[in-house]
Design a protein around this ligand. Structure first.
Ligand SMILES: Cc1cc2nc3c(=O)[nH]c(=O)nc-3n(C[C@H](O)[C@H](O)[C@H](O)COP(=O)(O)OP(=O)(O)OC[C@H]3O[C@@H](n4cnc5c(N)ncnc54)[C@H](O)[C@@H]3O)c2cc1C
Length: 449
């Protein structure tokens, strides 16, 4: 059976959903999602009756795309409470100093936090103005040369690890932190960071009821046709357009499209592009990904120690714990706390790029590892009443040094092919960046009409 469609979007994460929503205003759009449900890494579930996000849980508020989309869809945008995040460093929970992804705004605040040793702090104070060649380098190499390795180990690593689940000495400055590259080109990082004006605008935003409401609302807006459980297995050019093979190998279905947008993770996009844009496919196939797991733990209120004023904490790899962060969802989000009814829900995250073996454990083992680390750090000694483990295999694309050039190569190979790409592999992994990527790809998809 062959059916004709104007535009087919492959992948129903926030990128594909946004693109389909935008394009669906003026075009006939079909969205094909391989799994049983849309949302990708945006997923809200109930744990012990409490609704919580088990994937992404906050989006940058200082970029407009995420909050604008949520508001357009009529969703209640909220901000985290004033509870502050900490960092587990040198055997204690310390205040997380304000920084630009680890480059401190205020050295006195950094000193008071105790995050660095006296030697590390002394080295950070003596910034070395290494010449900026303009070539891409890793964030870790750049900051270590300027401010010393300890700033990387204890500030940059946990912050970058939280966003990319990657390693500071591998992640591209241009792709992940272009502001830092611009600052390095201009001069002292410390002087420029110290001059960043204070702002009352909240850094993060969320959606009451969970970020999983965003995909639901995009589907409910009804601008496109949706098919779930529709894995796209092949893509090829045919006279006058493109043809997709969808469904099981035994009973495949063929769909025709004028344009195709691939909003899948990079490995799937690379496979699908093999026949239509081999150079783009080859470039995308080299993008690594990190696998992560999120455990959600529901405790009776009376079973938790006093965690007042804390929204969670980050853990640098150098500390040797299994978890890399814990978010006290009940303290961070009023709506989670309000729905708790005598229960407090928090989550831990585990897994970094290159450490896939650390996740080769049963769910019970990941929960046990999380509980052991929570006991060692914040003194939680009681057992949770319910737990949930969400694994995200190959979830976070790694922006290695040279990533921007790689993305340019992917896009160059697609010119004139009728295929566009968007999603977390290209213009940033955070939700606002992914939404921006989808909007740009949508404009490009119809630009040549
Ligand atoms: C645990 C975790 C926590 C995060 N926390 C945050 C956060 O707090 N804030 C933030 O801004 N970002 C966060 N991120 C990052 C952000 O959530 C993701 O980068 C973003 O959601 C990715 O969206 P996407 O649409 O590009 O990809 P995905 O969400 O991966 O969606 C891709 C979709 O394509 C489908 N697909 C794949 N192959 C095929 C195929 N062949 N045919 C059909 N469909 C296919 C998949 O099933 C999936 O639904 C987090 C990520 C993870 C994993």
């Amino acid at each position: 059976m062959t059916a004709d469609h104007r535009i087919v979007v492959v992948g129903g994460g926030i990128a594909g959903l946004t693109a389909a929503h935008v394009l669906g205003a003026d075009h006939d759009v079909l969205l094909l999602e391989g799994s049983p449900a849309v949302g990708g890494k945006l997923r809200t579930v109930e744990v012990a009756g409490v609704r919580v996000d088990v994937g992404a849980e906050a989006m940058l508020n200082r970029r407009p795309e995420g909050v604008e989309l949520a508001r357009e869809l009529g969703l209640p945008v909220v901000h985290p409470t004033a509870a502050a995040s900490r960092v587990w460093s040198r055997g204690a929970l310390r205040p997380l100093p304000r920084s630009l992804m680890g480059v401190p705004f205020d050295l006195d605040e950094l000193a008071a936090s105790g995050v660095l040793s006296a030697e590390g702090l002394d080295r950070a104070r003596r910034e070395v103005l290494t010449p900026w060649t303009g070539d891409d380098v890793s964030v870790g190499d750049l900051v270590a040369a300027r401010l010393g390795e300890e700033v990387v180990d204890r500030l940059v690593e946990p912050l970058l690890g939280g966003v990319y689940a990657g390693r500071a000495h591998e992640i591209s400055t241009y792709a992940a932190m272009p502001q830092l590259a611009a600052m390095a080109a201009r001069g002292s990082l410390l002087e420029q960071a110290a001059a960043v004006p204070a702002s009352d605008v909240p850094v993060f935003a969320g959606v009451e009821g969970g970020l999983g409401s965003l995909p639901e609302a995009l589907v409910a807006a009804g601008r496109f046709e949706l098919r779930t459980g529709a894995v796209v297995r092949a893509l090829r050019h045919v006279p006058g357009g493109l043809e997709l093979t969808v469904g099981s190998a035994r009973d495949p279905e063929t769909l025709r499209a004028d344009r195709v947008m691939l909003a899948t993770p990079p490995a799937a996009a690379a496979r699908l592009l093999g026949a239509v844009a081999p150079d783009s496919a080859a470039a995308l196939a080299t993008v690594g990904t990190a696998s992560v797991a999120v455990t959600t733990l529901a405790f009776r209120t009376e079973d938790l120690p006093d965690l007042a004023g804390m929204s969670g904490f980050l853990v640098p790899p150098v500390e040797g714990l299994r978890i890399k962060a814990s978010t006290f969802s009940f303290a961070k989000w009023d709506w989670v706390r309000a729905s708790g009814d005598g229960l407090l829900v928090l989550r831990t995250s585990l897994g970094r790029h290159g450490e896939e073996t650390s996740l080769q454990a049963t769910d019970a083992q990941l929960v046990a590892a999380s509980l052991a680390d929570l006991r060692a750090t914040v003194g939680i000694r009681s057992a949770p009443v319910e737990t949930h483990v969400q694994r995200w295999g190959g979830a976070l694309p790694q922006y290695s040094v040279g990533h921007q050039a790689l993305v340019a190569r992917v896009r160059a190979g697609l010119v004139g092919s009728g295929v566009t790409v968007c999603g977390a592999a290209y213009d940033g992994v955070g939700i606002p960046a992914v939404i921006g990527s989808a909007r740009r790809a949508a404009a490009l998809a119809v630009a040549a009409e």
